[in-house]
Design a protein. Structure first.
Length: 238
C-alpha cells in the first residue's frame, strides 16, 4: 500500500511568463515514497510545474511564481520560497533529471562526483564510496564499473540517462523530479529506466512528467492531470 505521508504540499500555485499565465490555481499533495505522474496535453505547463518545485524557474527573469509550496522534513514544513531557504540546499533535496541526457565532457566517475566536489567533498575515500553507491542505485555499476575513467559521452543514450540519474542520487535527494526521462530512448533503454524508477521509490519520492499512458499505468501510484486538474490513483492492468 502506498505511503500516505505527504512530502510536498502545493496550494494555489500560479506561474506566469510576463503577462501570459502558464497555469493557475494548482493545489496538490504529493505523497512520500511514491511515484506521482504529471500528465496533460502539450503546452499545459507540465515541465514548468515540475521546475517550480525546486525553484529552477528563477533562472528566467520574466517568470512570476505565486502560491505555496511546502516540503516536509525532519523539522516540519519548509516553505521553499521563504527568505531563509537556501536554494542550493533545496536543489540537493529536490533534484531534477531532464528529458535529454546531459553528460559532461569528462569521465564517468568525474561526472557523478562533480556535485560532491562542488559541495566541498574532496576526500578520495568519501568520493569513491558515494559515487559507487550512486552508480549501483542507478543500475549502472555492473556496466561501467570497470571503465570509470572513460568519457561519459561514449555511453549509450540509456546509459547516459542513468548516469544523469546517478549524478542526482549522489547528493542523496529526498525528491527526484523527472521530465520525460525516457522520451528519447529506445524500448530496451526505456524499460531499464522504468525498472530503476520502481526501485528508487523505496528511498525517494518521485515526480514524473510523462506522455506515455502505458508508462503512467505501469509506474505511477498517483496521476495528476494538469489539463483536467484531476488527481486519481493509478491501477496497473493485470
Amino acid at each position: 500500500m502506498m505511503n500516505q505521508n505527504i512530502k510536498i504540499r502545493i496550494r494555489d500555485l500560479r506561474v506566469a511568463y510576463g503577462k501570459s499565465h502558464v497555469f493557475s490555481g494548482v493545489s496538490l499533495d504529493i505523497p512520500e515514497g511514491a511515484i506521482t505522474a504529471v500528465t496533460g496535453p502539450s503546452g499545459v505547463g507540465k515541465s514548468t510545474f515540475l521546475f517550480s518545485l525546486n525553484r529552477l524557474l528563477e533562472a528566467e527573469s520574466q517568470v512570476r511564481v505565486s502560491g505555496s509550496i511546502l516540503l516536509a522534513g525532519e523539522r516540519g514544513w519548509q516553505d521553499i520560497h521563504a527568505a531563509s531557504t537556501d536554494v542550493y540546499e533545496l536543489r540537493r533535496k529536490v533534484a531534477v533529471v531532464f528529458q535529454n541526457p546531459n553528460p559532461l565532457p569528462m569521465g564517468i566517475f568525474a561526472n557523478v562526483a562533480l556535485p560532491l566536489r562542488l559541495k566541498g567533498i574532496g576526500r578520495k575515500a568519501d568520493l569513491e564510496e558515494r559515487v559507487v553507491r550512486a552508480l549501483k542505485q542507478a543500475h549502472l555499476w555492473e556496466e561501467v564499473g570497470h571503465r570509470l575513467g572513460s568519457d561519459a559521452r561514449t555511453l549509450s543514450g540509456g546509459q547516459q540517462q542513468r548516469l544523469c540519474i546517478a549524478r542526482s542520487l549522489v547528493m542523496q535527494p529526498e525528491v527526484l523530479l523527472l521530465d520525460e526521462p525516457t522520451s528519447s530512448l529506445d524500448a530496451a533503454a526505456e524499460a531499464a529506466i522504468e525498472s530503476l524508477l520502481l526501485d528508487l521509490k523505496r528511498t525517494c519520492t518521485l515526480v514524473l512528467v510523462s506522455h506515455s499512458r502505458r508508462q503512467v499505468e505501469s509506474l505511477a501510484d498517483l496521476e495528476f492531470s494538469m489539463g483536467q486538474r484531476e488527481k486519481k490513483p493509478v491501477f496497473p492492468e493485470c
